[in-house]
Design a protein around this ligand. Structure first.
Ligand SMILES: [Zn+2]
Ligand SMILES: [Zn+2]
Length: 266
């Protein structure tokens, strides 16, 4: 059975510093879910657990701010859940641990936020260093003692991984053998693989069909990984193309319902 686009596990609200759009609130997000027949929608603001020390400071909202929206408006047939987008600092510290999971239904971890100079990177890394970072940051998620069945790896093919160059060059340089090893480990622990529709849009151009961006997902599928979709919307205007892009990707990758990451409970 063909994969049904019925959820969005990566939506920002105005609490994210990079949104700050007053219209990006729970009521509007619920309306987006209704308009697109989504059964589950999860807010994932940038988050750093205030209990976890980072030498680079705190980057994102703290726990009390994250839960300040609650309780979420609910509609029959739609689950609206509180999640967060966690990060990893330049020293490899992940801004979330087991305890934090009590607060959230789901966490997406941004392994490819390699554009935040002074926080996640220096900013002058060579392509080789960026490839190493790409792999190392993914391994940190895999090696950490967190419930991987409630965790996703955000936008693996995002432009942030190589902000001063073309992300395709970085992705193409990662050996297939290395992708296979990391996807096999991800499949084994149940880590969800995000397909981030926003990162398939560049200057208004839809990039579905791009072989460099599709290669990792095809290898993930081959390894038995499970996929969820995330819009990464920061404002209501970002909801416009989500369904269209998701449906194209589902067709192109020939995704089935059996390839879907299922978030249990809640
Ligand atoms: Zn992100
Ligand atoms: Zn995001």
């Amino acid at each position: 059975m063909r994969y049904i686009f019925d959820h969005d596990f990566h939506v920002h609200t105005q609490l994210s510093h990079c949104s700050s759009n007053p219209e990006q609130n729970p009521t509007r997000i619920l309306q987006y879910a209704k308009d697109n027949n989504l059964k589950t929608v999860i807010t994932t603001d940038h988050y750093w657990d205030e209990r976890i020390h980072s030498e680079t400071g705190s980057h994102g909202i703290d726990t009390s701010t994250a839960i300040s929206w609650g309780p979420y408006p609910q509609e029959d047939g739609i689950r609206m859940l509180l999640g967060a987008e966690a990060d990893i600092d330049i020293n490899g510290v992940l801004g979330i641990d087991r305890k934090t999971y009590e607060t959230f239904s789901f966490i997406t971890v941004s392994s490819t936020h390699m554009h935040l100079n002074g926080f996640t990177c220096r900013g002058d890394e060579t392509l080789e260093e960026r490839i190493d970072m790409f792999i190392r940051r993914w391994e940190i998620i895999l090696d950490t003692d967190i419930p991987h069945n409630r965790t996703g790896i955000s936008h693996l093919t995002a432009p942030h991984a190589f902000p001063e160059g073309d992300r395709r060059e970085l992705l193409d340089h990662i050996p297939t053998k290395e992708f296979r090893r990391l996807f096999a480990r991800s499949a084994e622990c149940g880590l969800g693989i995000e397909i981030n529709t926003n990162t398939f849009l560049e200057d208004g151009i839809i990039l579905t069909g791009d072989p460099s961006l599709y290669r990792p997902y095809l290898l993930a599928k081959e390894a038995g990984c499970k996929f969820y979709f995330g819009s990464d919307a920061h404002a209501p205007a970002d909801f416009t193309n989500v369904k269209r892009i998701a449906e194209s990707i589902i067709d192109d990758l020939d995704l089935k319902e059996s390839d879907k990451f299922i978030l249990e409970g809640n």
